[in-house]
Every structure is written in C-alpha cells, then in structure tokens.
Write a protein that binds this ligand. Structure first.
Ligand SMILES: Nc1ncnc2c1ncn2[C@@H]1O[C@H](COP(=O)(O)OP(=O)(O)OP(=O)(O)O)[C@@H](O)[C@H]1O
Ligand SMILES: [Mg+2]
Length: 247
C-alpha cells in the first residue's frame, strides 16, 4: 500500500512534537527513520498506525485516511510485548480470532516456521531469549499478512550478532510478502543496510531534516565501499540534525 503523510503536526499539551511533516512511501518499499531522542519518531509511527490522531494534516493508505488502527497495519515495538499467559503459538495466533481453529493452526505454524521458531511453538514467552521473543513478535505481526509493517527500534535491545541475523530475517520476510515497511532505528548501519530511503529527523519541533535515497542493489553487503559511503552520508546528516535546533 502507498503511505502518504501530508503536512502532519502533533502537539501534546501545547508542546509541538511534530510540525508540518510530509512524506510518501511507495508500495512495498522500505523507509528508515533516524533522528535524535525525542524528535518524534515514535509519535510519527503511532500516528501512521492509527494509535494516535494528528493535530493537523492527514495520513492515508492508498488514499484512504487512517483514523484508527487497521488490520492491514502490523506493528513491532522495541520490547516484544508478548502475553505471558499464552504460549508462543497462542501469542502469534492472537490476532486470528476470525479464522477457524484449523486455519489458525496452519497460519501460526507457517509464521513460526518463517521466523525460525517452529520448535518453540509450545514454549512460554519467559522461556525465550530476547532474540527469540522478538522473532515471535515479528511472526505475530506478519501472520495477518499486513500490507504495511511499522517497526519501532525492533532490534535495538539485541546483541550485534542477533541483530544482524534478525535484519536478514526481516529482509527475507519483506521480499516474500512485500509490505510497505517503515522502520525507526537509532542505528545508521541498520538504516542503510535495510532501507530504500532514509529520512533524517530533527527535533524541537520534530520535522524532516533530510531524505537520502540508498541506491544500492540488494542483496547488500554490510561492508562495502558503496554502503560505507551511504552510511557516512546518513551519519553526517544525522549529526547536523542533532546539532541543529529551530530558532
Ligand atoms: N503521550 C505523550 N504525552 C506528552 N508528550 C509526549 C507523548 N508522547 C510523546 N511525547 C513527547 O513528544 C516528543 C517526541 O516523543 P517520541 O517518543 O515520539 O520521540 P522519539 O523520537 O521516539 O524518541 P526516542 O528516540 O527516545 O524513542 C517528546 O518530547 C515527548 O516527550
Ligand atoms: Mg521512540
């Protein structure tokens, strides 16, 4: 689905969190959002998810306004947010209450297989490692085949090796299902490795400082001259955006 954010502002108790922000993401593309702490990244993602409403401006998917959470939109947060009283399979199947028992079972098994967690179907969330729990959260978001997948720093609590592993997993899933993907991250390497385009945000008020296209064909190498060049470009823009403040 095509995502359009048009001149969106958001105020909390009079404080401007986002100001006149516009962006477009074409169907099936990956957009990464980077920016300093408090610049409004999570707020923007929550607005796109329909979890909050904008003070001004409009958000639309394929031209239809987003005013509340929708089935087509999948969400993954920094913490896995699994329900402790349900098994891993129970958590993944939680959003499939409209499906028959047999259908739900098949979809859950397939989703767990996809994220490499089939062996943990009957485990409890507390029995999972951080990386496994985040895989389960990814499976839960993907089991309903979302047209839009929103991720808010999904891998930032993980160690570097697990993070790289899950990034590759996410890319595989994206290639298979091709949702429009918006990823908030603190990690410039991650943004450049995954995204077609990186939006750099500045704070006070939250706004777009720069948009950088990452024209590197996939599969990408994590360390190559082109990737390093793009990474430096984004890091420089981020440094400027964090240093800069609105007058
Ligand atoms: N529910 C809320 N009520 C009041 N203020 C809020 C609320 N949510 C966010 N804010 C404020 O809006 C601004 C943007 O917050 P947001 O969480 O979107 O930042 P962020 O870019 O995601 O930061 P981080 O990188 O630390 O996660 C901050 O100043 C924050 O204090
Ligand atoms: Mg945030």
């Amino acid at each position: 689905m095509a995502l359009s954010v048009r001149d969106v502002s958001k105020a909390f108790d009079g404080a401007q969190a986002l100001s006149h922000l516009s962006l477009d993401v074409e169907p099936g593309r990956i957009l990464a959002i980077v920016g300093g702490s408090g610049c409004g990244k999570s707020t923007l993602l929550r607005l796109i998810a329909g979890l909050e409403s904008a003070s001004a401006g409009a958000i639309a998917l394929d031209g239809s306004p987003v005013t509340a959470p929708r089935e087509e939109i999948g969400l993954v947060f920094q913490e896995p947010r699994l329900l402790p009283w349900l098994t891993v399979a129970g958590n993944v199947g939680f959003g499939l209450e409209d499906s028959s028992e047999a259908e739900r079972k098949a979809l859950v098994a397939q989703a767990l297989e996809r994220v490499g967690l089939a062996a943990k179907a009957n485990a409890w969330p507390r029995q999972l490692s951080g990386g496994q729990a985040q895989r389960a959260a990814l499976a839960r978001a993907l089991v309903v085949r979302p047209k839009v997948l929103l991720l808010d720093e999904p891998f930032s609590a993980l160690d570097a090796i697990t993070r790289a592993d899950l990034q590759d997993h996410l890319l595989e899933l994206w290639a298979e299902l091709r949702p429009t993907l918006v990823l908030v991250t603190h990690d410039v390497d991650e943004a450049v490795y995954l995204a077609d385009e990186v939006v750099v945000m500045a704070a006070h008020p939250g706004r777009i400082a720069e948009r950088i296209s990452i024209d590197v064909p996939r599969p990408r190498e994590r360390r190559s001259e082109t990737v390093d060049r793009e990474t430096r470009r984004v890091a420089r823009a981020l440094g400027e955006a964090i240093g800069r403040r609105a007058a």
